[in-house]
Design a protein around this ligand. Sequence first.
Ligand SMILES: [Zn+2]
Length: 352
Amino acid sequence: MLLIDAHLDLSMNALEWNRDLRAPIQEINDREKHLLDKPDRGNATVSLDELRKGNVGIVVATQIARYVAPDSTLPGWNSPEQAWAQTQGQLAYYKALERTGDLRPIRNRSELDDHLTQWEDDGHTIGYILSLEGADSIISLEYLEIAYEFGLRALGPAHYGPGRYAQGTNAKGGMGARGRDLLHKMTDLQIILDATHLCDDSFWEAMEYHQGPVWASHQNCRALVDHNRQFSDEQLKEIISRGAVIGMPMDAWMMVPGWVRGESTPLNKNVTLNTLIDHLVHVCDLAGNTNHVGLGTDLDGGFGREQCPADIETIADLQKLPELLLKRGFSDNDIVKFCHQNWLDFLEKTWS
Ligand SMILES: [Zn+2]
């Protein structure tokens, strides 16, 4: 079954953790076994080979770099120019992987169609849609045009904490004039708004002003795990009413309540792919149909195997999902929709 994963921090893994994604997963984990250099480094589940084994033929691949004031304790760059340069380094990695034949950019409908044909033929070159997590690095709106020229097709205005254009997870406050200008420009360029990580105030302001396409690339349900990182039922219903697809992430702390980083384990908290299906079912119940859910695993996005479903050793294990969904009573057609068709329908509509 073809899978689409709408959120992977591939460049971040490569450049911040010095992780060669072209290497076998065992080699990656052997090399990093004793490394304690980065607090968010975990046991790798994602490599290019594992994506191929899992028939993950399309990914939404991120660029990510935050601006922080020099006196802030959050990690980040002290000027938007530095953050921009960081994201351009990340883009250079994707471009290098294009030249090795590992990645293929998908920026419009015809590239999407061509890629699907190619993937069916050889299953080797993975299609990627370029996304930006947190807009701090967009120095000015002119840079959004440049980013679009370079292939950017989706953007989440905020990440964790305060941002230049919107406030993110654990922060408070709206988007303000600068954020609203960003939304206008995104609509002009048909850049997809990724609502994930917007704090409640910024989320509702975005919903008031944004006219263009919206999705939530990696987003769970507050009804199941009560934390502001997850969306409330009202928020989920709002984006569903706008035709959004919501990607189900696999960071264990967002899947079950009471997860303690470094203490809880997938086994002792009983976090499995079935837990992900609980969130998926909740979104389908809110929607009243099965049209608005996909995968946005975020695997290796600041955590590793020790903090993801127990039945995931690598991302290839996502192929266990179809059978689990069947056991939970979903039809073959629903399963196809979750695995890839809902994302494809969204993209085809957005790029028509
Ligand atoms: Zn994220």
